[in-house]
Design a protein around this ligand. Structure first.
Ligand code: KG4
Ligand code: ZN
Length: 332
């Protein structure tokens, strides 16, 4: 499998490298990761960490841990762009060849489009190489992930151990029928002809519905299901409309792409996967474009994608200086 062959290639030349994610600020996690991988720090050749974009204090925690560990053990560091890592994950997780040895048509070839749907971003980006990216569409206000989080909380949907977004997806899968509350107003897709996303209107729309019915406690589970399902559908329709506009623009500018890589936490949503497959089966320009989804656990934030995105630099003998700083705002 290509996924294995990628890993084997990296293993034979560089691995192991240690990856520090912004969420842990204590070396306990690094120790545990090494123990679980049956490695010790002396087996490590370099340390990769998320440099940005993101919340300053979280970035600083992992950057300081990475620099300290690296300095103590005389190791090189590489600071990774979080969204580039999401955009490149599919190159790690998609096999280059089929089990019978043929080239896998799903393996993304540059230039490819990438739809980045996370808690901080909603973007369609043209990935031209491992290091060159062009934003084709971005959000004017909030991200789709944040809209999922807010709507999920407003509807008081909770599932132990799950992000609000994945809890909303799970809730929508309950077997009960949807029943729209009295006076329900349908969602609409903002800025129909503009090549930009807007998700703030989606959760304010839920506020309006809740106000008009007299509060969340007035809703039955069937009512909440109707709203959650309508929101999820409308949020994904908005993505599809912008994707169509991007494909039209690519055709006008003679940019040929064969793959759409989907990344970021919202890409783990199975309903989105199903819808995008259908959408790409019938593109406005008639282009044949394959949707490529990394496995769900590699769509939400994970250390493997940061390690993978750092690898070409380590392999080229390139790395950052210990004076490197975090960048909470950092365009792809
Ligand atoms: O990429 P990610 O793990 O972290 C950021 O870089 O932001 O994305 C997290 C976002 C959260 O808003 C979370 O609620 C959303 O992804 N999310 C989902 C699903 N799983 C995670 N949204 C919709 N459906 C899901 N299954
Ligand atoms: Zn992310």
């Amino acid at each position: 499998m290509a996924h294995q062959s990628n890993l084997a290639r990296v293993n034979s030349t560089f691995l192991p490298s240690l990856v520090l994610m912004p969420l842990f600020s204590k070396p306990i996690a690094a120790k545990r990761a090494l123990t679980e991988a049956n490695l010790s720090i002396s087996d490590i050749n370099g340390i990769a960490f998320t440099r940005g974009p993101g919340i300053g204090c979280c970035l600083a925690a992992s950057l300081n841990a990475a620099k300290t560990l690296a300095a103590v053990h005389s190791l090189p560091v590489v600071g990774v762009h979080h969204m580039q890592a999401h955009a490149l994950t599919a190159l790690l997780t998609t096999p280059t060849h089929t089990p019978s040895g043929e080239i896998n048509s799903s393996y993304p070839i540059f230039p490819y489009l990438t739809l980045l749907v996370s808690g901080g971003h909603t973007q369609i980006v043209l990935a031209k190489s491992l290091t060159s990216f062009r934003i084709l569409a971005t959000t004017v206000d909030e991200s789709i992930g944040r809209a999922f989080d807010k709507v999920s909380r407003k509807l008081k949907i909770e599932w132990a151990g799950m992000s609000p977004g994945s809890a909303l997806e799970k809730f929508c899968l309950l077997p009960e029928e949807s029943v729209y509350p009295e006076g329900y107003i349908p969602f609409t897709s903002p800025m129909p002809r503009r090549l930009a996303f807007s998700y703030a209107a989606f959760h304010s729309h839920v506020d309006r519905i809740l106000e008009s019915v007299g509060g969340i406690e007035k809703l039955t589970t069937a009512n909440k299901l109707a709203i959650a399902r309508a929101f999820q559908r409308a949020a994904f329709e908005h993505l599809e409309k912008k994707l169509d506009l991007v494909l039209e623009q690519c055709a006008q500018q003679d940019i040929k792409v064969g793959h759409l890589v989907i990344g970021g936490g919202v890409a783990s949503n199975m309903f989105l996967r199903e819808r995008l497959e259908k959408c790409l089966a019938d593109t406005p320009t008639g282009e044949v474009i394959k949707a490529v989804f990394p496995p769900a656990q590699f769509c939400t934030d994970n250390a493997a994608m940061i390690g993978w995105a750092s690898m070409h630099r380590f392999l080229a003998g390139d790395h950052d200086d210990y004076s490197i700083n975090p960048r909470s705002k950092w365009s792809i």
